[in-house]
Each structure stands twice: as structure tokens, then as C-alpha cells.
Ligand binder design. Structure first.
Ligand SMILES: Nc1ncnc2c1ncn2[C@@H]1O[C@H](COP(=O)(O)OP(=O)(O)OP(=O)(O)O)[C@@H](O)[C@H]1O
Ligand SMILES: [Mg+2]
Length: 385
């Protein structure tokens, strides 16, 4: 059976694949990196942070820079943080003399282990180099090595730490922050700290008593501009041999609230749906989108307390500038002000709710989660007697 090519991309977008807009962001981040600046890049989940910073790194590589990319998602220990940093240096220098030799010489805490794989390439892992150091000592040693690599590599270095907020989940997180900060401030390199748990990530850089206080430029990434996104979708449909009328593209963007991932996924589902691309077909795609996301949302709800769930539902129905007010609490059966305060803080930490501007109403961050929550409630209404 021939596989029909779907022109919509649900994974991270490689630097050479079609990308919607982000021209200004790309130029600004490039300028910060070239100036050796440190930047916190943040947005809700799946706004395109990783795709964008990888694009920036790709451009920097063309100019001869060394670009180190580390993903902290799911880090389990300080040793793990150190190992990921070292591995990222070996990964980017492998096959690039004289950088590889420099990395082998200066990276003292870990050594690379390369094994041939079936595809003719290598798999790379790292193992401790037998210094006996663990924990913070190992991290300090690795950061010192990274500093030596920056000094001696002979090329500008850009380091991107994706899902950086994950370090706060480690035992002794504040000491980890302090160690990283101490070394990073001495490196003549640009660092990007990237993440989606905004409250947690921004806390690291904007709370006075924290080691990284004011150590980086805050750089929020917003939704994609509606006109650009609609145009991009029409073009992608055309690349897949389909015609998408502009009003359908505009409606799709509206339904996705400019959210890059949901726009791509809705378009993907609309494309696979076959038939003519029209507003009715878009309704069907939206149904399938909500259904396909349901397990993700169920897992989200399972991870929070019943009271937090109730508050999340309440905000899905009624975004509110005063969720602590008596009216809101009473309408949604939320109990005490203290309870709502606590749940609100937790939901914000999880980046499930946000207040887009001071004084603006609190709302559910994810537009499709909001829709799903509203529908669930509506399903529960009793039918006519
Ligand atoms: N500029 C863009 N043009 C088109 N699609 C985009 C763009 N940016 C992001 N996307 C869509 O969003 C998806 C998520 O992108 P990416 O993984 O880079 O986001 P992220 O913010 O790093 O996500 P996460 O919060 O999960 O780490 C991509 O697979 C793609 O579908
Ligand atoms: Mg990402």
C-alpha cells in the first residue's frame, strides 16, 4: 500500500523543514547567542521552543560555533545532570577534529563509549572516568571541564539546556543551581535555558534569593501570529496535494488559539480525513483531536488532587480575575479561600493555569484541555425527563 505523505509535522521540526514565522525570534536569539548572552526561553507546552532553539543552533553551527544541546527531561540525579552535560559535549564534537581531541583531553569526569550500530553509525554513551567523584563534586568537575572546553576549543560555544526547570526536582536543588550558576558565569559562552513549566523556570531566574537571580534575559515565546499560521497551513496542504480554502485555515487557527502543535495536529487529522477540505470536515477533525488527546488529559487529572481538579474545571468554564472571591468559590463549590489559594498555586506551578497579564483573568493554559473539560461537564448533564 503506498504511504500517503502527510505534510504536517507532529514531532520537533528539524532545522531544514518548513517552519512558520518566528523570523524575529530567530534573529533576536541569534543576536543574543552571538553576543554571548544568557537567555531563558519559555512558553506553554509545545509552542515550538525546542524546534526554534535548534534552528538557532543550526545557524550558529554554519558560522563555525560549537552548539551543545542538553535535554534535562526526566533527570534523576545530580550525577545524571553531569553525565548528560558531558555526553552532549562528546556528541557535538565527535568526528570534528580538533574539537574531539580537545573534548577528550579536557572532559575529565567522563569518557565517551562508542559502539558501532546496525545503521553504520555509532551509539554514544558516557561512563565515569574513575575520579571517584559523585553528586555535586562530579557536577562541579564536569562544569569545570566544560569551562576548559569553552576556553580551549577555539570556537564560540552556545549551550542550550532544554527542560531546565527539571533541576528543581533534584534533592539539594538549590546547591545544584548554585554550582551551575557559579561555573556558567565564568564561561565565555552563551547559555539558553529552555522550559515550559513557566512558574518554576522563571522562579529560578527571578527570585531574589536564588543563585540565578537576574542571570539571564527573560524571553517569552508567544503563539504563532494567526495570519502567518493560516497561510502556512494553506501552503502545507498544497504541498500535500490538497486545497485548503483560506476561511477553513482561519477557523482552524482560531480553534487552535494559535497554538502551533494543535494547529499542526488539527491539520494533520483534517488531511487524513480525506474528502474535500471544508468547515464541516474541520468539525470532524476537532472531534478526533479532542478524542486523541483525552488519555493525556486524563493523566493530567490523575496527577492532581480532587480540589485542584475542581478548580481547573471551574476556570475552564469561567476564566476569572477573582478566583478567590466569594462568588466564584460559591458558584463552583470550592470551599475555603485558603484551599483555592493553595490549589491555584499548584496548578500554576504545573503550568495548567495562567494569568496572561497582571489583573487579567486566570484561565486554563491548554485550549484543548479547556474544551475537553467543558465537554466532560456537559456530558454529565441529565437528559430530559
Ligand atoms: N514555527 C512553527 N511552525 C510550524 N509548526 C510549529 C512551529 N513551532 C512549533 N510547531 C509545532 O509544534 C510542535 C511542538 O514543537 P516543539 O517540540 O519544538 O515545541 P516545544 O515548545 O519544545 O514543546 P515541549 O513543551 O513539549 O518541549 C511541533 O511538532 C510542530 O507541530
Ligand atoms: Mg521542547
Amino acid at each position: 500500500m503506498p504511504v500517503e505523505k502527510n505534510p504536517f509535522q507532529l514531532q520537533e521540526i528539524p532545522p531544514d523543514a518548513p517552519f512558520c514565522d518566528r523570523e524575529r525570534e530567530l534573529a533576536e536569539l541569534l543576536a543574543y547567542a552571538r553576543a554571548g548572552g544568557n537567555v531563558v526561553v519559555y512558553s506553554p507546552r509545545r509552542y515550538g521552543k525546542t524546534s526554534l532553539v535548534k534552528r538557532v543552533q543550526d545557524r550558529l553551527r554554519v558560522d563555525g560555533a560549537v552548539t551543545v544541546f542538553v535535554d534535562f527531561f526526566g533527570v534523576t540525579s545530580v550525577d545524571d545532570v553531569a553525565a548528560r552535560l558531558a555526553k552532549a559535549v562528546f556528541r557535538v564534537t565527535h568526528g570534528r577534529e580538533p574539537l574531539w581531541r580537545t573534548a577528550l583531553r579536557v572532559m575529565r569526569s567522563f569518557r565517551p563509549v562508542l559502539k558501532p550500530d546496525a545503521g553504520g553509525g555509532f551509539t554514544l554513551t558516557v561512563e565515569p572516568a574513575g575520579t571517584g567523584a559523585t553528586g555535586l563534586e562530579l557536577l562541579e568537575g564536569t562544569m569545570e571541564s566544560l569551562g576548559a572546553f569553552v576556553r580551549e576549543g577555539g570556537a564560540p560555544v552556545q549551550v542550550t539546556l532544554d527542560e531546565f526547570q527539571e533541576i528543581v526536582t533534584l534533592r539539594g536543588a538549590l546547591s545544584v543551581e548554585a554550582a551551575l550558576r557559579r561555573h556558567i558565569q565564568g564561561h565565555r559562552a552563551s547559555y539558553f535555558f529552555v522550559g515550559s513549566r513557566r512558574r518554576v523556570l522563571l522562579g529560578i531566574f527571578n527570585e531574589r534569593q536564588r543563585p540565578f537571580f537576574r542571570a539571564a534575559i527573560n524571553y517569552p515565546l508567544g503563539p504563532l501570529p494567526p495570519e502567518d499560521l493560516a497561510r502556512y497551513l494553506v501552503e502545507r496542504f498544497a504541498a500535500g496535494g490538497r486545497t485548503c480554502p483560506p476561511e477553513v485555515a482561519r477557523r482552524l487557527v482560531e480553534l487552535a488559539a494559535g497554538h502551533p502543535y494543535y494547529a499542526q495536529k488539527l491539520a494533520f487529522l483534517l488531511h487524513t480525513g480525506g474528502g474535500r477540505i471544508c468547515l464541516k470536515a474541520l468539525d470532524g477533525a476537532l472531534e478526533r483531536l479532542v478524542r486523541s488527546e483525552a488519555p493525556v488529559f486524563e493523566a493530567v487529572l490523575q496527577g492532581i488532587s480532587p480540589h485542584q481538579r475542581r478548580l481547573l474545571r471551574a476556570l475552564a468554564f469561567e476564566p476569572s480575575a477573582a478566583p478567590l472571591g466569594a462568588g466564584f468559590i460559591q458558584r463552583h463549590g470550592l470551599g475555603s479561600v485558603g484551599g483555592v489559594q493553595h490549589s491555584l498555586r499548584r496548578l500554576e506551578e504545573l503550568d495548567l493555569v495562567e494569568r496572561p497579564a497582571p489583573g487579567a483573568p486566570w484561565r486554563v493554559v491548554d485550549p484543548v484541555l479547556g474544551l475537553w473539560l467543558r465537554r466532560q461537564e456537559e456530558d454529565r448533564l441529565p437528559g430530559p425527563a
